[in-house]
Ligand binder design. Structure first.
Ligand code: GDP
Ligand code: ZN
Length: 447
């Protein structure tokens, strides 16, 4: 079946020095030749300078033209790239003309989808392109680049090989019980545990991966006047939140993003949680409570000069089951450590006046998140994470029931096949249309 030819701008539609219009499909060159002044015979992968033509032959712009002959192109199909100046009306006109000449506007991610279908990239690499485009931090883009380089696929593929070996041994035994030695359950368990260990490590990196990708929500919580807004300012580094010596000034929440070790931190200053009749403040407090629910870490602030009051205790009881750090603020006003919490590693003394403890607090946050510098693969994609978890669960079941399964090799085979399938799904060897649709719809047009 003939694949239609798709077109899209490959750069954001904003005025810029250069734009790129990308055309992919069997008619790419035929259409391209009608809208660009080219020599009779052109070579692939060579930039031609010339005039970009409107359909009536008039000149729209001048620029470059490159032809990538199938299969040596991003999509694996014939691809033409036209580089006009980055004028939005010109780019739109070129695309319009390509469509008039038989092309079709590409769907989001359709270029990458075709690259995947043509075997140019596997699914993790396709997803990496989307991750890279949407990466908000350097760390997130580095993780995506490693995906794009196929590092995760390499790892998954070596695990697949181990499983395939096991499966073929068992298959041989089922089919030729006379000719091959009986397989030892110990060998199966050993190999499975080896595979599981690698997957465990990948799964363990997901939390870190999603934190790197999305940022960490940190809510500053405490009764009025303990110094929440001052702490917020000390961490953000400038006067952003309203600091006041009157209670209840921060009526709503205030958010600011900062970075600690290249991890985006979304810091939230909440209104004091306390009973109040005042409507506006109550509204702020309701919203604060909701924000606290969504937070990854709570900074529970108390006023060190006043100790742990009953009101503090009430608030503490509300948040103590969440991941939290106890911040004893106004440390500049206290002379000896407070003896209020039995024992906790997560107590930091701070002062928003002298800035004492602010650095320690930041380091504690990173410590709690368990983020360490490694060059290992980081899972940043929920789909990969889910499939890996399923693989682990299945492996655990097989190991648990190995005595039964070794006597029932057909079932054992099916179980191992299932583990294998989860891994295959990650790299995209087995994938349903739904999954593909879901993955590629997240792309922007032109990729
Ligand atoms: P919030 O209601 O919890 O947001 O508290 P604020 O940040 O508005 O601070 C209440 C009062 O405490 C203000 O007068 C601040 O200047 C003061 N304050 C805040 N942090 C410190 C601190 O570390 N040391 C001292 N001495 N005063 C502080
Ligand atoms: Zn405040």
């Amino acid at each position: 079946m003939k694949k239609d030819t798709i077109v899209a701008n490959a750069t954001p539609l904003i005025p810029s020095a250069v734009g790129i219009v990308r055309i992919s499909g069997e008619d790419a060159l035929k259409i391209g030749k009608q809208i660009f002044t080219l020599p009779q015979e052109i070579q692939e992968r060579k930039a031609y300078f010339g005039k970009i033509l409107d359909l009536d032959g008039s000149v729209l712009d001048e620029g470059l033209f490159i032809y990538f002959k199938a299969p040596k192109s991003f999509t694996g199909e014939d691809v033409v790239e036209i580089y006009p100046h980055g004028s939005v009306p010109v780019i739109k006109k070129i695309i319009e003309n390509v469509i008039t000449l038989g092309g079709r506007l590409a769907n989001p991610g359709e270029f990458t989808y075709r690259a995947f279908l043509n075997g140019k990239i596997d699914l993790t690499q396709a997803e990496a392109i989307a991750d890279l485009i949407s990466a908000k931090t350097e760390k997130a883009s580095k993780a995506a680049v490693r995906l794009l380089e196929g590092k995760l696929s390499e790892k998954i593929n070596s695990l697949r090989e181990t499983l395939l070996n096991l499966i073929s041994l068992i298959e041989a035994e089922i089919n030729f019980p006379e000719d091959v030695e009986e397989i030892d359950s110990q060998l199966i368990v050993e190999n499975l545990l080896k595979v599981k260990k690698s997957i465990d490590k990948l799964v363990g990196s997901y939390k870190k991966g999603s934190l790197i990708k999305e940022g960490i929500k940190l809510a500053i919580v405490g009764r009025p006047n303990v110094g929440k807004s001052s702490l917020f300012n000390a961490m953000v580094g400038y006067e952003r939140s309203i600091v006041s010596s009157y209670q209840g000034t921060t009526r709503d929440f205030i958010e600011e993003t900062l970075k600690i070790k290249d991890i985006p931190i979304i810091l939230l200053d909440t209104a004091g949680i306390r009973e109040t009749a005042e409507y506006v403040e109550k509204l702020g407090i309701e919203r604060s409570k909701q924000k606290i629910e969504e937070a990854d870490i709570i900074l529970f602030v108390i006023d060190g000069s006043q100790g742990f009051t009953d009101e503090d205790k009430k608030i503490y009881d509300e948040i103590k089951n969440k991941i939290h750090i106890i911040v004893i603020n106004k440390a500049d006003l206290i002379t000896k450590p407070l003896d209020i919490f039995e024992k906790s590693d997560n107590i930091i003394y701070t002062s928003s006046v002298t800035f004492q403890g602010i650095k320690d607090l930041e380091e504690k946050i990173i410590e709690i998140l368990g983020i360490t510098e490694t060059e290992d693969e980081i899972i940043i994609n929920l789909r990969h994470y889910t499939l890996l978890k399923q693989a682990i669960e299945k492996i655990e079941k097989v190991v648990e029931n190995i005595d039964f399964l070794i006597e029932n090799k057909e079932i054992l085979m099916l179980d191992l096949q299932e583990v294998l399938n989860y891994l295959e799904e990650i790299v995209g060897h087995i994938t349903t249309e739904d999954v593909l649709g879901n993955i590629f719809s997240k792309f922007c047009i032109g990729k």
